[in-house]
Design a protein around this ligand. Sequence first.
Ligand code: GLC
Length: 716
Amino acid sequence: MKIEELKALLKEMTIEEKVGQTIQLSADFFSDQSEDLTGPMNEMAMTEEKKYQVGSVLGISGAKETIQLQKRYMEKHRLHIPLLFMADIIHGDHTIFPIPLGLGATWNPDTVKKTAEISAKEAAAQGLHVTFSPMVDLVRDPRWGRVMEATGEDKLLNKRYARAFVEGYQGTDLKQDLTKLAACVKHFAGYGAPRGGRDYNSVDLNENTLREHYLPAYQEGIDAGAKLVMTAFNTIDNIPATGNKRLMRDILRDEMAFDGVLISDWGAIGELVPHGVAEDNKAAAIQALTVGVDIEMMSAAYSEHLIDLVEQDETLKELLDESVWNILRLKNDLGLFENPFRGADEETESLSVFSDENKKAALTTAEESIVLLENNGVLPLNQEEKIVLTGPLKDSNDILGAWSWKGDREQAATLAEMMGQRLGPDSLSIVDESQFFEGQNSFFMNEIHLSDTVIVALGESSEMSGEAASRTIISLPEYQMVLLRELKKLNKKVVAVLFNGRPLDLSGVVPLVDGLVEAWFPGTMGAEAVTNVLFGKFNPSGKLPMSFPRSVGQVPLAYNEDSTGRPMTDEKRNEKYLSRYLDSENTALYPFGFGRSYTSFDYSECTLSSQEISMETSLTISIEIKNTGKIKGIETVQVYVRDKVGEVVRPVKELIDFKKVELEAGESMTVEFEITEKQLRYTHADHSVRSDAGEFSIGIGTDSSAELTHSFYLEK
Ligand code: GLC
């Protein structure tokens, strides 16, 4: 529809029809199941008539369902304005990829973009228009259950992934390309830093930290063209984000130049009341519309009060028009006025959903996400070994993780099944660890006794991470630790495979194992990916996108911490009055960027092309990497800098570039990075983002423990 026609449509709409567009209902309100909806309808201040005025539906799927509903809805709507269909396609639609924290471990934005393209194609064929993804919240606290949904603790990595997701979902022509979805960057802002790691809790970020570390990934998603942003449940500056004018008007709309649709998170407008900043839904409606929340997801403030409020207040009427204009533009950008059924097609759906091609991509992505944490030579396994597989997750298909939308666990093979396909019955014995605990362990002990290596599958259930799944203890469940300790006594080689949705406290695990594989929740093809890594069919190359602490007492923890006035350094190790603990090292057990390989890489001394750069000139830092092992491997080479003196305190180091390189056994490669002034900019006290002249340290390494061995100057 042309812009003039769209403006004419807005003019033609009644206030009731305009308010309708700002309301989003879940799909069950429209299901023809006989379930009694009286309660939910009342809660939403809904009537049958108002229901057919709403602007969007969330949580629907299936071409048949979306076509049916759109048809029914369009017939009833006076102006035939089509519905928007939205859903949480977070790491796959039917074909499920590793959880985003696992995707973060690939250090491969191209891989992540591919997963978004496939997810969009599967969902668009069912008639979906919007995905509530990417979640780009920066995370430093593994107690928070939704770290599984984030891509990690570093703003550069998160920026690269935010762009990859948005470009993968939206493509370059959302109107014509019917295999794409509109993307929704969430949760704005700072949702990943709740006090105590407890979901929905208040956030204490100072504005400089918010801007320096947390906002860049949202900005990158917006710059990549994301059509929607979702408000966060938490407070910022002690004001709930969903009602925070400075955050949503001054920062999001003005400074970050976001002009798309701002949608509340589920119930978040209504939650302004329990937050204690609105005395009732009427006040909440005024507050949310004033800050520019265009769509209310599943609370009743707008449906209950907006018509009356707008009829009495010209300002609110103008604000309502702005919101409805944003919504109509989104529908128009998706081409829904010309084609309300857009990509929905049962034939296309059956061809594109869970196709072999998509499963293959899920397998390779899962392989690329796996991080090898420990290996004292026990891996890769060889076919001649006698292997015992045990542990509570050995035969679990609960490996898709939270937010797996239409993913079906029944379509996910288990580790036992995949290993059984790789090894014959005389090489693989799958034993139930419960026997061990029930004292009937003669068979169990005998099998272990006869084996060479024990693979033990451990970790979390998918419900132990995700939304409203925060934990105060982040070690493995105690019975799993008991099993590991008992296995250790048997003097066999033990490899632990972890299926989990957060960095765990593995301090107690490391002394008990010879191999340790972090598989996250690896998705539909995860078991095959793990098996391929265990047997060396894929040489693991994943790198941690988030620090693994030595203890939960360290969190929140991140590699790019402040120096403090009393930094704990090796030289001062024996001094008392330093920023340190009495009972733990400050460092992570496994640092950001860490991950081993079945081969080894040697890093030469790095060299700088110059000792200084300016606004106009750059330098090149290069290093020679050699694969000193016996097999091909992939290494992620990382560049870290430190700004020696800033107007505000600067991190002890920060990632400013990285490259994944593949090297044959014995092969050497010179890897180069261009360093420019732009990469050295930071948020000053007045919130301006610019660089300062001065000295910078720089270093290249295999993870964030890299030494900053060189320095250069930025001249102004
Ligand atoms: C949830 C989540 C949000 C999700 C929305 C719709 O509460 O916070 O990420 O997109 O509701 O399901």
